[in-house]
Design a protein around this ligand. Structure first.
Ligand code: SAH
Length: 229
C-alpha cells in the first residue's frame, strides 16, 4: 500500500488527531528545544494534523511554516485546522520525502515526528533536507520506532508502508552520510502516559508493567539533531 492510501485512510477516520494526542507528550519537548527565532522558516516533514507548526507559530513570529505530507486527505485536514485556528503564516503542501518541492537554502529549521522512517530512501531524504536548509540550519528527527525500543519492533505488522528501523548510531551515521553534522542525540521520556498500577497488569497491550514503563519512561522518543554545514 502507498503512503497516500495508508495515511489518507488514517486522516479519514480521525487518526490524525489521535496521533497528535499521543505524540504531543514528547513532540513538545523537541519543539521547545529547537533554536527557532522570529522570522524563521520552518518545515514539518510528515506533518499529519499539523499540530507541531501551530504550536511553534503560537510562540514565535514565524516568517513561514510549511507542513509537508504525502497524503492529500491528511494535508487537507491540517489545512482546515490551520484555518480554523487562524494560523496565517502556515501552509500545507502535498509532496514526497524523496523529492521536496522546496528551493535550495529556503528553510531555517526542520522538525519531523514519527514520520521519517516511512521514507522509501531515508538517506536521500536527509540529503534533500540538507539541500533545502540554509547553512547553519537545523533538523530534528524524532521517532518512537527505532532499534533500541524493542517494544516498537512489531509495529510494522500493522502498517502496509515499509518502515526503516535504525538504531541511534545508525541515525547518526546516516546524518553524516547525507552531509549533516550531528549536534545531539537524546531520548525524551514520555511522562504523561498513564502507567496503571502493578495490579492492573497484564493488560491487553502490555505483558508486564515493567515493559510499559520501559517503553514510555525510559526509551520514549529518540531525537537526532543535525546541522547543515
Ligand atoms: N507528524 C505527525 C504525523 C505522523 S504520521 C504526528 O506527529 O502525529 C506520518 C505522516 O507522514 C503521515 O501523515 C504520512 O502521510 C506522512 N508520510 C509518510 N511517508 C511519507 C513520504 N514518503 N512522503 C510524504 N509524506 C509521508
Amino acid at each position: 500500500m502507498s503512503v497516500r492510501e495508508e495515511f489518507d485512510a488514517w486522516a479519514a477516520d480521525g487518526r490524525d488527531r489521535g496521533m497528535e494526542e499521543r505524540h504531543w507528550h514528547t513532540a513538545r519537548d523537541v519543539l521547545a528545544a529547537m533554536p527557532v527565532e522570529d522570522g524563521d522558516r520552518v518545515l514539518d516533514l510528515g506533518t499529519g494534523s499539523g499540530y507541531a507548526l501551530r504550536a511553534l507559530a503560537d510562540t514565535h513570529e514565524l516568517s513561514h511554516g510549511v507542513g509537508l505530507d504525502g497524503a492529500p486527505e491528511m494535508a487537507g485536514n491540517a489545512r482546515s485546522y490551520n484555518q480554523s485556528e487562524g494560523a496565517e503564516t502556515l501552509s500545507v503542501t502535498v509532496g514526497e520525502f524523496g523529492s521536496l518541492p522546496l528551493a535550495d537554502d529556503s528553510v531555517d529549521h526542520v522538525f519531523s515526528m514519527e514520520a521519517f522512517y516511512y521514507s522509501s530512501d531515508p538517506v536521500k531524504t536527509l540529503r534533500e533536507l540538507r539541500r533545502v536548509l540554509v547553512p547553519g540550519g537545523t533538523v530534528h528527527i524524532a521517532v518512537n520506532y527505532y532499534e533500541e525500543n524493542v517494544h516498537s519492533h512489531d509495529w510494522q505488522e500493522n502498517i502496509d508502508v515499509e518502515m526503516t528501523r535504525w538504531s541511534g548510531p545508525e541515525y547518526r551515521e546516516a546524518f553524516r552520510e547525507a552531509g549533516l553534522h550531528v549536534a545531539s542525540q537524546r531520548n525524551v521520556p514520555d511522562r504523561e502516559t498513564e502507567i496503571p498500577a502493578t495490579e492492573a497488569f497484564p493488560t491487553d497491550n502490555w505483558d508486564t508493567r515493567e515493559a510499559m514503563v520501559e517503553r514510555y519512561r525510559e526509551f520514549g522518543t529518540l531525537v537526532t539533531v543535525g546541522v547543515a554545514p
